[in-house]
Design a protein around this ligand. Structure first.
Ligand code: NAI
Ligand code: 15L
Length: 278
């Protein structure tokens, strides 16, 4: 099966953790890989073009997108934090990206959304792609915005998008939560490849996790993508259990799928015990 459906592919966020992990893998998916970030990417390697651009700069984003056939959009703020940078990178930035895609006729985007769009569901629940968003953070809200914006660009302009609700994509699972949320780098590449090559993508969200025995997600509404994960966090289970304490069930980070994100930024208060009467 040919993977090179698109001649020139744009990878944003190429200086980040997942950008670095996908940079070489995505060479299999195109003739030319245009890598972009606001941080230094070093010189172009064989088969690459390098673009420095801030996502909040509409003119720079327009130039970054011009001439590509498809986009893997991984750039942006990747954790909870102050609203200003999230607004610039994840809200204005994703708008700039889709406006540039519309103007330049790009018809397929793979958008790095996040499990934090639905982080306020419990770890005891299995959620489908039809469950409403329950963002656990301003970051999660910004990813929900990207999902909605991309839907509008599909309905109005026919730009197909897969919103990858990535769980935890690292070299290996770091804690017990990631035994459910882990997505290996190779499975992430398989997921991106499926989104780029499926004949009809439309607009869809899809949870990005490996074939972990413990899972919170049901991807059955996105079978048309054709994503079949081949790795599993289970191989790391014994080691993770050995180095981590037993879960404290009164800890919201253990109860909710979003884990520690619930405590980033302004402190969460809804799940704390009520103040004692004086
Ligand atoms: P990262 O933080 O390592 O990389 C993000 C990249 O985006 C950085 O190189 C950064 O310089 C760039 N960036 C940030 N603001 C920018 C701006 N205004 N203009 C241009 N570039 C900008 O994040 P990571 O882990 O590589 O994640 C990639 C994407 O996947 C992010 O969008 C993140 O939200 C999403 N994601 C990642 C998960 C993971 O487990 N690694 C889980 C869920 C979602
Ligand atoms: C994310 O959305 C973050 O970008 C990543 O850094 C991880 O923390 C991940 O979620 C997670 O939930 O583990």
């Amino acid at each position: 099966m040919t993977l090179k459906v698109h001649h020139t592919l744009l990878l944003t966020g190429a200086a980040g953790g997942l950008g670095i992990a996908m940079r070489d893998r995505l060479k299999a998916n195109c003739e030319v890989l245009r890598i972009a970030d606001r941080c230094d990417l070093g010189p172009a390697r064989a088969g690459e073009e390098v673009v420095l651009a801030d996502l909040a700069d509409a003119a720079a984003v327009d130039a970054m997108v011009k001439g590509v056939n498809a986009i893997v959009h991984f750039g942006g703020i990747s954790v909870e934090g102050p609203f200003g940078p999230i607004l610039q990178a994840n809200i204005l930035g994703v708008y700039n990206l889709y406006e540039a895609a519309r103007k330049h006729g790009v018809k397929r985007v793979v958008f790095a959304s996040s499990n934090h769009v639905t982080g306020f569901y419990k770890q005891s629940e299995t959620i489908t792609l039809n469950h409403p968003a329950r963002p656990d953070s301003l970051y999660g809200v910004s990813k929900a915005f990207g999902e909605d914006l991309s839907r509008m660009y599909f309905d109005r302009y026919g730009i197909e998008t897969a919103c990858l609700r990535i769980g935890s994509s690292f070299a290996e699972p770091k804690d017990r939560r990631m035994l459910a949320s882990w997505l290996s780098f190779d499975d992430l590449h398989r997921l991106i490849t499926a989104c780029l090559t499926t004949p009809v993508l439309g607009h869809t969200a899809i949870f990005g996790v490996s074939d972990n025995a413990v899972r919170w997600y049901d991807n059955s509404a996105a079978q048309h993508v054709g994503f079949v994960p081949q790795d599993s966090a289970d191989a790391f289970r014994d080691a993770v259990y050995a180095r981590t304490p037993a879960p404290d069930m009164s800890d919201p980070a253990v109860v909710f799928q979003g884990g520690g994100f619930l405590f980033q930024g302004e402190p969460m208060t809804a799940h704390l015990p009520p103040p004692k009467a004086v």
